[in-house]
Design a protein around this ligand. Structure first.
Ligand code: DGY
Length: 319
């Protein structure tokens, strides 16, 4: 069986793949372009994709009718046209669960970095500006007693809530179909989105990217946040209308933002967000812990091999 692996993934998964099938591995540091992808998938039975690879109906058709499985090394699958895969009877698998804690840790790290102005502090020291201890130097808000608004109380949102509880924060949550009992399990209180935005000191996004969540945080909703409010996004860039976010920050409608994901990715070097001291941007590293990425690679290999054998996927998005 032939497969195309869209990037060199950790050996924990890659070794399983090369042992089980004839694997063509994209060796570039940058992902294949759409043309390169089309050339390399021709005739394969399986594809191992990453969040950077657009797997649409055209790519599936170019691969050919023998394509059985698209195994995504990520939990989010918004880069794959799931309906097109279903229509062609191609299975899709992903890697849920294993990156929950790593992503929640990063969301919390960004929250702490923003509130305690860590990046500004590092820049201050590196610029040789540290002359003395300052009674009012780089002050920021406390977490204890503050209100954290979690948009999307799924696996990752709940893991963030558990961390927030440890920091003695008040936790508000908004998700479709979220019951008060389910929220209470992680010490959160369910509210509508508007109340969450009005009442929260910090807002963190953990919802999947779908047509419904496109630009969920638009100009109107950003205006509902407190002028001191901080926005954290470790989910997907286009959930936030980035133009509206820039305006909100420039006009002091909100207090700051920390983004692990942007629209587009990578963020262009001339983006105004990169010049703002109250903004932190990191390069989509939510799941970037060693153990997590190893396990994601293993799970992607397991889904791939099961799909090639016509077996039930251990972690199916579609069957
Ligand atoms: C995911 O899994 O969806 C992350 O964005 C990448 O690990």
């Amino acid at each position: 069986m032939k497969v195309f692996v869209c990037r060199k993934i950790p050996a924990a998964g890659l070794d399983k793949i090369t042992a089980a099938c004839e694997a063509d591995i994209w060796e570039g540091d940058l992902p294949p372009t759409q043309d390169q992808l089309a050339q390399r998938v021709r005739g394969v039975d399986g594809i191992v994709s990453l969040v950077t690879d657009k797997i649409d109906g055209d790519i599936m058709d170019t691969a050919g009718k023998q394509l059985k499985i698209i195994s995504q090394m990520a939990v989010g699958v918004d880069n794959i046209d799931i309906q097109a895969a279903k229509a062609r009877g191609i299975k899709v698998g992903n890697t849920p669960g294993v990156l929950t804690d790593a992503t929640a840790d990063l969301a919390f790290a960004l929250l702490l970095a923003l509130t305690r102005r860590i990046v500004e502090g590092v820049d201050y020291v590196r610029a040789g500006r540290w002359k003395t201890w300052g009674p009012e130097l780089l002050l920021g808000p406390d977490l204890r007693g503050a209100t954290l608004g979690i948009i999307g109380l799924g696996r990752i949102g709940k893991a963030v809530a558990r961390r927030a509880f440890g920091f003695e924060m008040r936790i508000l949550a908004h998700s479709i179909d979220l019951t008060p009992d389910e929220a209470a399990e992680v010490h959160a209180q369910t509210v509508d989105l508007e109340s969450l935005l009005h009442e929260s000191d910090f807002v963190t996004i953990h919802t999947p990217y779908t047509p419904e969540t496109h630009h969920l945080m638009n100009r109107e909703r950003l205006q509902m946040m407190k002028p001191t409010g901080l926005l954290i996004n470790t989910a997907r860039g286009p959930i936030v209308d980035q133009k509206a976010l820039i305006e909100a920050l420039q006009n002091k409608i909100i207090g700051g933002a920390a983004l692990d994901v942007t629209d587009p990715e990578p963020i262009p070097m001339n983006d105004p967000l990169l010049t703002m001291p109250n903004v932190i941007v990191v390069p989509h590293i939510g799941s970037a812990s060693i153990q997590t990425r190893n396990r994601m690679a293993e799970m992607a290999a397991e889904n791939l091999i099961a799909g090639l054998r016509g077996e039930k996927l251990p972690n199916p998005v579609t069957e």
